[in-house]
Design a protein around this ligand. Structure first.
Ligand code: ASP
Length: 333
């Protein structure tokens, strides 16, 4: 199909022109591209979307955007709220430990330039999302792991502290009695916060932070800190983030897949549904006992979410309002 016809067809069928224009960014500027950028000038309001019921984190991010702050500052500060919330047993301080009783945290962040920073398997540091940002901004690398990441954090002024709270220690001791490991769906043992935001300049950033699966093997890392797995942002297209069984997200490179589907003209909702389809439609895949949930937004501020099972929900700040919304899901039987 000729490019002009493709663009015309896209506008008739309602495909996002943002996606269409960026699909051709390697071509030189032409009238079609100008046509497309005029059509995308719909005002974008500050917007934040985050996995699960995380009102304070989303409100914190939204306030930063409403005061003219960047999407990057918004997602970092929003995630820090959950990292400091000791009652949340899947992120930051108070996260459930691995089998050996060690709390190890994973986090990553992406800015609107497509830069990425991550830390994996970090002990003793609460605000790993901010350490990930420092990796992105202050080092020539994109990932630091375990002791190296901890030492780097300390060198940047982060304080070492014990992340294992009494409540999480008790839960681990109770688990040790049988020491059975099953990734159980929809309970507080896997509720990563992934957050995406668009600021008043229309720029998108994202962040993702977690203590990973409760009672994981020592050294296990999930999707959350891995680019394209737990998080992906392309400022020309949109962003996506994941929660749930990280192994399944990684095997399908879920967040990257969603952004690429949006690049091809899918809405955020359609893209999330296709990404869940990639997991559940694998021959012989028994998805009954694990959950995966995705959130996504595109450059125009459309959002989507989808999960394998019921009860995945997300928090959305849009048009000045913060709402918790139950996601649609695949397994309706
Ligand atoms: N995705 C995270 C992981 O696999 C956990 C979660 O979101 O519940 O580490």
């Amino acid at each position: 199909m000729k490019r002009r016809n493709f663009i015309k067809k896209a506008s008739v069928t309602g495909l996002g022109l943002v996606a269409v224009s960026s699909a051709f960014t390697s071509c030189d500027e032409t009238s079609e591209k100008k046509e497309a950028s005029v059509a995308m000038s719909k005002p974008i309001r500050p917007l934040v979307i985050a996995t699960w019921d995380t009102p304070l984190a989303v409100e914190t991010a939204a306030k930063i955007l409403q005061n003219g702050g960047s999407a990057l500052d918004a997602v970092e500060q929003g995630c820090r709220i959950e990292e400091a919330n000791e009652k949340g047993q899947s992120v930051g301080k108070g996260g459930l430990p691995d089998r050996d009783g060690d709390v190890t945290l994973d986090a990553c962040i992406m800015n609107d330039k497509g830069d990425y920073g991550a830390v994996l398997g970090v002990k003793n540091i609460m605000h790993v999302i901010s350490v990930a940002r420092k990796v992105m901004e202050d080092t020539p690398h994109v990932m630091l792991v375990a002791e190296g990441a901890e030492q780097f954090a300390v060198s940047k002024g982060f304080k070492r502290e014990n992340l294992l709270t009494e409540a999480s220690k008790k839960a681990w001791e109770a688990w040790k009695v049988k020491a059975e490991y099953k990734p159980i769906i929809n309970i507080e043992n896997h509720d990563t916060i992934g957050m995406l935001a668009i600021d008043e300049n229309g720029n998108i950033s994202g962040a993702c932070t977690t203590s990973g699966l409760a009672y994981k093997m020592a050294g296990r890392v999930g999707d959350s800190p891995i680019i394209g797995g737990g998080l992906f942002v392309d400022n020309e297209i949109g962003g996506a983030s994941a929660t749930g069984l990280g192994e399944e997200v990684l095997k399908t490179v879920g967040s990257f897949l969603i952004v690429e589907l949006m690049r091809q003209g899918k809405s955020p909702q359609e893209a999330c549904e296709i990404a869940i389809g990639r997991i559940v439609n694998k021959p012989g895949k028994d998805f009954k006992n694990f959950q995966v949930g995705y959130i996504a937004l595109n450059k125009q501020g459309d959002t989507g979410a989808y999960s394998i099972h019921e009860w995945f929900n997300y928090t959305l700040f849009q048009d000045g309002e913060n709402k918790n919304i139950k996601s649609d899901y695949f397994n309706k039987i």
